[in-house]
Write a protein that binds this ligand. Sequence first.
Ligand SMILES: *Cc1c(COP(=O)(O)O)cnc(C)c1O
Length: 444
Amino acid sequence: MNKNTYSNRLMNNMKVDDLNHLVIGGVSAVEIAKKYGTPVNVYDLTLIKEKIKTFKNAFSKYENLTQVAYASKAFSSLALFEVLAEEDVSLDVVSGGELYLALKAGFEKSRIHFHGNNKSYEELKTAISEQIGCIVVDNFYEIVMIEKLVNELNVTIDILLRVTPGVEAHTHEYITTGQADSKFGFDLASGQVDQAIKQIKEIENINMIGLHSHIGSQIFEVEGYEIVIEKLLQKASEWKKMYDFNLKVLNVGGGFGIKYTDDDSPLPLDKYAKAIIRSVRTHSAANNLNLPEIWIEPGRSIVGEAGTTLYTVGTQKDIPQIRKYVSVDGGMADNIRPALYQAKYSGVLANKVVDLNEEVVSIAGKACESGDMLMWDVVLPQPKPGDILAMFSTGAYGYAMASNYNRLTKPAVVFIENGNDFLAIRRETVEDYLKLENSIKNWE
Ligand SMILES: *Cc1c(COP(=O)(O)O)cnc(C)c1O
């Protein structure tokens, strides 16, 4: 195998240097591992910016305004929010914690949207008193709390109504269900949404500007979005006649798929955007509506492929005829997705990318848990203790879902751009634990 065929296994902007080392964004992954230790989450900032540009360019062809709102839950950090603010994207937050970080990063308040199925009174109070861009209202109790708050604070707030449209999308399938069984949003089929607008219309300080739906994640087809757009625009047309409702914003959520392994064949991101635009134009015209603003909420598709986790290889266990386990210095504590969703990943050894002596191994994490596996049956060049494993496409729902299980400390997060590296989040240390803990000796 030569370097060229091998480079098919690399992702996006990665390269192999003369030392046969993996290069991410112009920086040697081996040098990063040496400088910051492992496990370390590396983000190629150039790639994040490219993904944002792709969406923005595709939407620039649309006749009305658009917003690309990054879904913070995929990965949030102060430095990332600062970068996103510069890139002029909007931000979805789903908790007081994410909102706090966004405000600390100096994110423009009018571009922050607040999501969640159980926002607390305190969280809503902060969001409303800070006058963020909008609240995506999820349920009836939330309407009651928001009404109380806008009256108390004597302010108005823009909201979107989260609709459960009875369409669920998973990768290559989308399922249209009569009755959507979901903890999120107001159900369309049963008329919960109609009940909701009736209530909201009566509240003077709540300004309902549009509708929202999010149909799933890691979606590789456009049909699910098209069905939802048709359903929501029909509903908007009905409400226009009944309530003189003006649909200013149509938010179709996130879920755009990315590549983890060769088995994934996601659409180019602009294809999703173009299909969404086409569908909004068609169904707005058919329903006699003005073109609404289009908002989307990509999370995974912005940061997923830009992230690579570097681990150091440790022990091995070879069970003849059965399996060779190769353990690394991280695992389910820094990436729960394989254990939680049977998620598949791919990777290479960063210190010997191209090597003819390959074997099939399974990569185990270091937690005391049989389920702590990162990859099953991957082909790698005979991993040895001290080798650096680079696991690809770990940028979304990796660090964001990290825990301290087994008292493992959270990895460092390093940003890379134009051959430079920057420590965005330092590695957690065991001393950090003691900041939270109290000795029993202090109990008198
Ligand atoms: C999770 C989520 C997203 C982001 O989904 P991705 O698959 O990461 O793009 C967007 N909107 C809502 C409401 C979500 O819950």
